[in-house]
Design a protein around this ligand. Structure first.
Ligand code: 26Y
Length: 824
């Protein structure tokens, strides 16, 4: 009977308008007479949501019937940004929705602007997870994401008197139409307590963990639509809730306060995203988050596996689990616990299943970002897991000892347990030992991890465990959605939008790079995008900039290794130079707008000082009548995904200037170039592979090479090398108060004074300034610049996340696409 009543919603303008009105009156309980843009957005979002849910249902049903091997992407961060425009474009419904909302008296652009970003991530790692989900859906892979539903995403950044202030991001104020609460799906997560031993019916010693506290994990599902396919996959976000049964004990004993306390404690677990990017802080609550998430996700995966009656030995043929950095590494001892303690498998078989299931992606070599958890803390929170980790380590070290007898240094170097005071667990070592593949995120980075942090494991585990998967970005969001005019122009030129699913087709633009008419169309769009950014800058900062100037952009998390400090020091140098010039000399200057954006971790004092310095320099330079449009310095507050979508298409050049060897890959570099921008960068991360694709006329590389960095640091530290003289002059200007009270900046200046300068700003400063001059020269030749800009876009095929995901699917996960057949 059900079929008879399923009325497929039409996708014509009338049906769409009707569904928006329907949601206005029912879901929102509002009348069409008092609707504002926010209401219009909500009603439209619910109408779009209906369509996604239908596709989502069909995909899940089809996958249940087919029961293919699935991949599970475990990530503590998913930086999704906005959903509505993405969904409309994915389903080819942008036009009818534009028309339908217009008929109801709205402008679709205004409605889209009402949506709040889903900002459940810090930076690169979280946005990569979002791009990968987009590609998994678009390529029809049977995939799930698992994450945490934080009540507070990454904080909102306000700039007050030049300083960063943090405001909590309470993003769920007005319901979230993009999630489906699954209150029926809930999993109990144990913590604390103790472990006891017993003999099972076969006389084997078994372990039983009796928990001291149990928290409930409730599922919230977010559908991820594939582009130009009906496949719609799922990210399951867990939210923590108190477990009623447990509280009853307190209620019955009359301890009401204690019961309420426990409620609060349980909800605490998923309350806030830790705002540290590439910096480990060993807080117990963070460890609790990790286990809560990993435990719920693994049990959900196992429940799905158990629906078909397969033996455990087939688990790795049905399930691939990817660890997005070490954050989910507790999934390793948790799977072992399930297999050995609960399911009664022998240790060796369980270990074999575990290692065939997991893959591990490393995203950083910065020592301060590597997770280490104190043994006493683990023992308190997860007593059985600690035992299992020690056992994994014991058996591993025994095999090492067998192959390399009497090499005690080797045993200490590869041990999962670091013999510190107190002892700690090196999560990366555990992840390497437990995974069949370990990958870095760009060619250089994958080489560096083999040469440095994981070098001893090559010897012990062999080289085949390590591989490279260069990052990618989704062209749907980062070209088609963020830069619709350019996407349309490209489609017109190439004859279709096929390039959005096969990015190497962009290469077809190369032959027009020199075509004057095409160059004009291309640069007109660039200009329009710069005007759009100019308006955003005016709105958010009050600063007026000239869209004809060169737009030079560095937006990313603020971190010493990313060297925003060097950028602003270069700006000061430029300013000082301008001040010295006469009128004739100034005529020849290329006007430049230097644009910064990015958040600093709230506890990262030096990074916050960099923001202050940028704003102080801006204050001085932007108000210097003598300088006018020749130089402007802008700090755009609250950089996030939706702001990036405005900033990136407006770039002439972008800066990716990390000390060589420190930026694992970078992904915004790819977004900027895809949108027709050149790069000013170091020989680091994916810059190198971008250079190989786009050629040296399109990228300005400078600075020390990664192989030199260690020696250079040594020399800097011990040989009294004088500071680069131009840098010296710049520092002098800060110290003499040119940019306001100088004592504020002393701690920042101290980071680069002789003997320190860990990130080698003084070493690279000279070549940085030279490259900046080359940029100015190149920008003067408008025709040549237009050609470079076109070639940049044309040669970015490699950096689609589709390419990256196919490599993961084929080399690591061993999964195939499962396209859902069309209804018709
Ligand atoms: C340990 C914990 C506090 C922690 C939290 C977040 C550690 C690291 C991170 C985030 C790391 C991150 O975003 N890494 C970036 O990953 C990108 C995607 O692979 C790379 O492009 C980028 O170079 C790297 O810094």
């Amino acid at each position: 009977a059900w079929e008879k009543y399923t009325v497929p919603e039409g996708n014509d303008v009338d049906s769409i308008a009707r569904s928006i009105v329907h949601h206005t009156t029912t879901t929102l309980a509002r009348t069409p007479y008092n609707m504002d843009d926010f209401g219009g957005y909500q009603a439209t979002a619910h109408s779009v949501r209906d369509k996604l849910i239908q596709d989502w249902n069909e995909t899940q049903q089809y996958h249940t019937i087919k029961d293919p091997k699935r991949v599970y992407y475990l990530s503590l961060e998913f930086l999704l940004g906005r959903a509505m425009d993405n969904a409309l474009l994915a389903r080819g419904l942008k036009e009818p929705y534009t028309e339908a909302t217009k008929q109801l008296g709205f402008k679709i652009e205004d409605l889209l602007e009402e949506e709040r970003d889903a900002a459940l991530g810090n930076g690169g790692l979280g946005r990569l997870a979002a791009c990968y989900m987009d590609s998994l859906a678009t390529l029809d892979y049977p995939a799930w994401g698992y994450g945490l539903r934080y009540t507070y995403g990454i904080f909102q950044q306000k700039i007050v008197d030049g300083y960063q202030n943090e405001v909590p991001d309470y993003w769920l104020t007005y319901d979230n139409p993009w999630e489906l609460p699954r209150l029926d799906i809930s999993i109990e997560v144990p913590f604390y307590g103790h472990v006891s031993k017993y003999s099972d019916e076969n006389g084997r010693t078994r372990h039983k963990w009796e928990a001291g506290e149990i928290v409930q994990a409730v599922a919230y599902d977010v559908p991820i639509p594939g582009f130009d396919t009906n496949n719609t996959i799922n990210i399951r976000f867990w939210s923590s809730k108190p477990r009623k049964e447990f509280d009853l004990a307190y209620f019955n004993s009359g301890d009401y306060n204690r019961a309420v306390e426990d409620q609060k404690k349980a909800e605490n677990i998923t309350s806030v995203l830790y705002p540290n990017d590439n910096h480990m802080v060993g807080k117990e609550l963070r460890l609790k988050q990790q286990y809560f998430w990993v435990c719920a996700s693994l049990h959900d995966i196992i429940r799905r596996f158990k629906k078909t009656d397969r033996p455990w030995s087939e688990f790795p043929d049905q399930v691939a689990i990817q660890l997005n950095d070490t954050h989910p590494t507790l999934a390793v001892p948790e799977l072992m616990r399930v297999l050995v303690d609960l399911e009664g498998l022998e240790w060796d078989e369980a270990w074999n299943i575990t290692t065939r299931t997991f893959g591990f992606t490393n995203h950083t070599v910065l020592p301060e970002a590597l997770e280490k958890w104190s043994v006493p803390m683990l023992e308190h929170l997860l007593p059985r897991h600690l035992q299992i980790i020690f056992d994994i380590n014991l058996f591993f070290l025994q095999t090492v000892e067998k192959t390399f007898p009497n090499d005690r240094d080797l045993l200490a170097t590869v041990s999962i347990i670091e013999e510190s005071q107190p002892q700690s667990v090196r999560m990366a070592f555990l992840a390497v030992i437990a995974s069949h593949k370990v990958n870095g995120v760009a060619a250089l980075h994958s080489q560096i991890i083999k040469d440095t942090i994981f070098a001893p494991f090559i010897k012990v585990l062999g080289p085949d465990r390590f591989t490279n998967k260069t990052n990618g970005i989704t062209p749907r969001r980062w070209l088609h959605q963020a830069n619709p005019d350019l996407s349309n122009l490209i489609a017109k030129k190439l004859g279709s939008f096929k390039f959005l699913k096969e990015l190497s087709l962009l290469d077809g633009l190369s032959k027009y790079a020199n075509d004057e008419a095409f160059q004009k169309e291309w640069m007109d769009i660039k200009y329009k995008n710069k005007v759009r950014l100019t308006n955003l800058i005016k709105e958010r900062t009050g600063i007026e900039v000239n869209p004809n100037a060169l737009f030079d952009i560095q937006v990313k998390r603020i971190h010493e290794y990313k060297r925003q400090f060097m950028n602003i020091l270069g700006v000061i140098h430029r300013y000082a130079n301008l001040k010295k010039m006469n009128a004739a000399q100034r005529k020849a200057v290329v006007p430049r707008v230097v644009i910064f954006g990015g958040k600093a971790a709230p506890g990262y004092y030096i990074a916050k000082l960099v923001i202050k310095l940028i704003n102080s320099v801006g204050e001085k330079v932007n108000n210097d009548k003598d300088i006018g449009d020749l130089l402007k310095v802008v700090f755009i507050p609250d950089y996030n995904v939706s702001v990036a979508e405005v900033i990136i298409p407006a770039n002439d050049i972008s800066q990716h200037i990390s000390t060589a060897g420190t930026e694992a890959s970078g992904t915004s570099n790819m977004k900027f170039v895809l949108n027709g921008g050149l790069i000013l960068g170091t020989v680091d991360g994916a810059n190198i592979e971008i250079y190989e694709e786009i050629g040296d006329d399109q990228i300005f590389l400078f600075g020390a090479r990664s192989e030199q960095v260690e020696d250079l640091r040594h020399v800097q530290r011990y040989r009294n090398v004088p500071m680069n003289p131009e840098l010296q002059a710049v520092i002098h200007l800060i110290e003499n108060g040119t940019f306001g009270e100088s004592h504020i900046f002393q701690p920042l200046i101290n980071t680069i004074t002789v003997g320190k300068d860990y990130y080698l700003i003084s070493v690279d400063f000279g070549s940085y300034l030279e490259s900046n001059e080359l940029v100015d020269e190149a920008f003067k030749d408008k025709k040549a610049w237009a050609q470079k800009s076109i070639l940049c876009t044309a040669r970015m095929g490699k950096f689609s996340s589709d390419r990256a995901i196919k490599e993961y699917a084929e080399d690591i996960w061993n999964i195939d696409p499962v396209p859902v057949p069309d209804k018709k």
